[in-house]
Design a protein around this ligand. Structure first.
Ligand code: GRF
Length: 186
Protein backbone atom coordinates (compact mmCIF):
# COMPACT_ATOMS: atom_id res chain seq x y z
CA UNK A 1 0.00 0.00 0.00
CA UNK A 2 1.48 3.34 -1.02
CA UNK A 3 0.43 6.95 -1.42
CA UNK A 4 3.43 8.65 -2.92
CA UNK A 5 6.72 8.05 -4.65
CA UNK A 6 6.70 4.27 -4.24
CA UNK A 7 10.47 3.80 -4.12
CA UNK A 8 10.11 1.30 -1.28
CA UNK A 9 7.44 -0.55 -3.23
CA UNK A 10 9.84 -0.81 -6.16
CA UNK A 11 12.72 -1.92 -3.92
CA UNK A 12 10.51 -4.71 -2.58
CA UNK A 13 9.46 -5.83 -6.04
CA UNK A 14 13.09 -5.92 -7.21
CA UNK A 15 14.14 -7.82 -4.07
CA UNK A 16 11.40 -10.39 -4.65
CA UNK A 17 12.40 -10.79 -8.28
CA UNK A 18 16.03 -11.25 -7.25
CA UNK A 19 14.91 -13.84 -4.69
CA UNK A 20 16.28 -11.68 -1.86
CA UNK A 21 12.86 -12.00 -0.29
CA UNK A 22 10.67 -15.02 -0.95
CA UNK A 23 7.46 -13.21 -1.72
CA UNK A 24 5.26 -12.46 -4.67
CA UNK A 25 4.37 -8.80 -4.70
CA UNK A 26 1.06 -9.30 -6.40
CA UNK A 27 -0.92 -6.13 -5.81
CA UNK A 28 -0.34 -2.43 -5.16
CA UNK A 29 -3.10 -0.43 -3.48
CA UNK A 30 -2.90 3.35 -3.71
CA UNK A 31 -5.13 6.14 -2.41
CA UNK A 32 -3.73 8.81 -4.69
CA UNK A 33 -4.46 8.53 -8.42
CA UNK A 34 -1.49 10.69 -9.39
CA UNK A 35 1.18 9.04 -7.30
CA UNK A 36 4.50 7.96 -8.72
CA UNK A 37 3.92 4.49 -7.25
CA UNK A 38 1.33 3.81 -9.98
CA UNK A 39 3.88 4.59 -12.69
CA UNK A 40 6.30 2.21 -11.06
CA UNK A 41 3.63 -0.52 -10.87
CA UNK A 42 2.90 -0.11 -14.58
CA UNK A 43 6.61 -0.24 -15.46
CA UNK A 44 7.12 -3.28 -13.23
CA UNK A 45 3.98 -4.97 -14.46
CA UNK A 46 2.35 -5.25 -11.04
CA UNK A 47 -1.45 -4.95 -10.87
CA UNK A 48 -2.64 -1.93 -8.94
CA UNK A 49 -5.90 -0.59 -7.66
CA UNK A 50 -6.76 2.99 -6.75
CA UNK A 51 -9.14 3.19 -3.81
CA UNK A 52 -10.32 6.72 -3.13
CA UNK A 53 -10.85 7.24 0.59
CA UNK A 54 -12.90 10.36 -0.20
CA UNK A 55 -15.63 8.14 -1.62
CA UNK A 56 -16.20 6.40 1.71
CA UNK A 57 -18.12 7.86 4.64
CA UNK A 58 -15.95 6.22 7.29
CA UNK A 59 -12.47 4.79 7.78
CA UNK A 60 -14.04 1.42 8.53
CA UNK A 61 -15.98 1.34 5.26
CA UNK A 62 -12.83 2.31 3.39
CA UNK A 63 -10.83 -0.42 5.08
CA UNK A 64 -13.57 -2.96 4.38
CA UNK A 65 -13.05 -2.20 0.70
CA UNK A 66 -9.28 -2.55 1.06
CA UNK A 67 -9.74 -5.90 2.82
CA UNK A 68 -12.06 -7.06 0.06
CA UNK A 69 -9.36 -6.42 -2.54
CA UNK A 70 -6.68 -8.04 -0.40
CA UNK A 71 -8.75 -11.16 0.20
CA UNK A 72 -9.88 -11.39 -3.43
CA UNK A 73 -6.23 -11.42 -4.40
CA UNK A 74 -5.30 -14.02 -1.75
CA UNK A 75 -2.89 -11.57 -0.13
CA UNK A 76 -1.12 -13.14 2.85
CA UNK A 77 0.81 -10.11 4.11
CA UNK A 78 0.50 -6.37 3.63
CA UNK A 79 3.22 -3.72 3.55
CA UNK A 80 2.46 -0.07 4.13
CA UNK A 81 5.28 1.72 2.33
CA UNK A 82 4.49 5.40 2.48
CA UNK A 83 0.77 4.82 3.09
CA UNK A 84 -0.24 8.22 4.38
CA UNK A 85 -3.39 7.17 6.19
CA UNK A 86 -3.88 5.96 9.71
CA UNK A 87 -5.21 2.41 9.78
CA UNK A 88 -7.81 1.20 12.24
CA UNK A 89 -8.33 -2.10 13.98
CA UNK A 90 -10.51 -3.22 11.12
CA UNK A 91 -7.50 -3.68 8.84
CA UNK A 92 -5.10 -4.64 11.65
CA UNK A 93 -7.44 -7.40 12.83
CA UNK A 94 -7.92 -8.69 9.28
CA UNK A 95 -4.15 -9.17 9.03
CA UNK A 96 -2.99 -9.84 12.60
CA UNK A 97 0.82 -9.59 12.74
CA UNK A 98 0.76 -9.55 8.95
CA UNK A 99 0.63 -5.83 8.44
CA UNK A 100 4.05 -4.20 8.10
CA UNK A 101 4.98 -0.52 8.11
CA UNK A 102 8.17 1.34 7.26
CA UNK A 103 8.91 4.56 9.09
CA UNK A 104 11.81 7.00 8.62
CA UNK A 105 13.13 7.09 12.19
CA UNK A 106 14.55 4.81 14.80
CA UNK A 107 11.31 4.04 16.59
CA UNK A 108 10.10 4.76 19.20
CA UNK A 109 11.73 8.14 18.50
CA UNK A 110 9.98 10.55 16.15
CA UNK A 111 6.67 8.85 15.54
CA UNK A 112 4.05 10.38 13.27
CA UNK A 113 4.43 12.68 10.30
CA UNK A 114 7.58 14.60 9.42
CA UNK A 115 9.85 12.19 11.28
CA UNK A 116 12.86 13.48 9.35
CA UNK A 117 12.08 17.10 10.22
CA UNK A 118 11.53 16.08 13.82
CA UNK A 119 15.00 14.52 13.94
CA UNK A 120 16.61 17.59 12.36
CA UNK A 121 14.81 19.91 14.78
CA UNK A 122 15.81 17.78 17.78
CA UNK A 123 19.44 18.13 16.63
CA UNK A 124 20.14 14.45 17.25
CA UNK A 125 23.25 13.03 15.61
CA UNK A 126 21.70 9.73 14.64
CA UNK A 127 18.38 8.78 13.12
CA UNK A 128 17.38 6.10 10.62
CA UNK A 129 14.47 3.90 9.68
CA UNK A 130 12.40 1.08 11.11
CA UNK A 131 10.31 -1.77 9.71
CA UNK A 132 7.70 -2.97 12.19
CA UNK A 133 4.48 -4.89 12.59
CA UNK A 134 1.51 -2.57 12.90
CA UNK A 135 -0.46 -2.06 16.09
CA UNK A 136 -3.33 0.35 16.67
CA UNK A 137 -1.18 3.21 17.99
CA UNK A 138 0.52 5.16 15.18
CA UNK A 139 4.04 3.93 14.31
CA UNK A 140 4.09 1.35 17.03
CA UNK A 141 4.30 -2.43 17.16
CA UNK A 142 7.04 -5.05 17.28
CA UNK A 143 10.14 -3.88 15.46
CA UNK A 144 11.46 -6.25 12.79
CA UNK A 145 14.61 -4.40 11.73
CA UNK A 146 16.14 -0.93 11.92
CA UNK A 147 19.01 0.91 10.28
CA UNK A 148 20.89 3.87 11.72
CA UNK A 149 21.79 6.92 9.65
CA UNK A 150 24.11 9.66 10.95
CA UNK A 151 23.00 13.27 10.74
CA UNK A 152 25.76 15.57 9.53
CA UNK A 153 26.01 19.26 10.30
CA UNK A 154 25.55 20.07 6.64
CA UNK A 155 22.38 17.96 6.31
CA UNK A 156 19.06 19.34 5.24
CA UNK A 157 15.79 17.46 4.81
CA UNK A 158 16.61 16.48 1.26
CA UNK A 159 20.10 15.10 1.89
CA UNK A 160 19.01 13.25 5.02
CA UNK A 161 15.90 11.83 3.35
CA UNK A 162 18.05 10.52 0.53
CA UNK A 163 20.38 8.67 2.88
CA UNK A 164 17.50 7.30 4.95
CA UNK A 165 15.78 6.05 1.82
CA UNK A 166 18.90 4.21 0.71
CA UNK A 167 18.73 2.31 3.99
CA UNK A 168 14.97 1.83 3.76
CA UNK A 169 15.35 0.10 0.42
CA UNK A 170 17.71 -2.38 2.06
CA UNK A 171 15.85 -3.06 5.29
CA UNK A 172 12.32 -3.28 3.91
CA UNK A 173 12.99 -6.55 2.04
CA UNK A 174 14.90 -7.82 5.07
CA UNK A 175 12.02 -6.88 7.36
CA UNK A 176 9.53 -8.68 5.12
CA UNK A 177 11.74 -11.78 5.19
CA UNK A 178 11.90 -11.66 8.98
CA UNK A 179 8.13 -11.29 9.14
CA UNK A 180 7.78 -14.24 6.77
CA UNK A 181 9.81 -16.41 9.11
CA UNK A 182 7.57 -15.37 12.03
CA UNK A 183 4.46 -16.15 9.97
CA UNK A 184 5.71 -19.58 8.99
CA UNK A 185 6.27 -20.43 12.66
CA UNK A 186 2.76 -19.36 13.72
C1 GRF B 1 9.36 6.41 3.41
O1 GRF B 1 10.31 7.30 3.91
C2 GRF B 1 8.67 5.68 4.53
O2 GRF B 1 9.50 5.48 5.62
C3 GRF B 1 7.56 6.60 4.89
O3 GRF B 1 7.14 7.16 3.67
C4 GRF B 1 8.21 7.16 2.75
C5 GRF B 1 7.76 6.51 1.49
O4 GRF B 1 8.69 6.65 0.47
N1 GRF B 1 6.51 5.92 5.61
P1 GRF B 1 8.43 5.96 -0.95
O5 GRF B 1 7.06 6.39 -1.39
O6 GRF B 1 8.53 4.48 -0.75
O7 GRF B 1 9.50 6.47 -1.85
Amino acid sequence: MASGNGSNFEALVIASRNQVVKADISLLIVNNPNCEAIKRAKRLNIPFVFLNHKEFSSRIDYEKEIIKHLKNNQIEGVVMAGWMRIVSNRLIDAYPDRLINIHPSILPSFRGIDAIDQALKAKVKLTGCSVHLVEAEVDSGPILIQAAVPIYQTDNKESLSRRIQTQEHKILPMGVSIAGRIWRRS
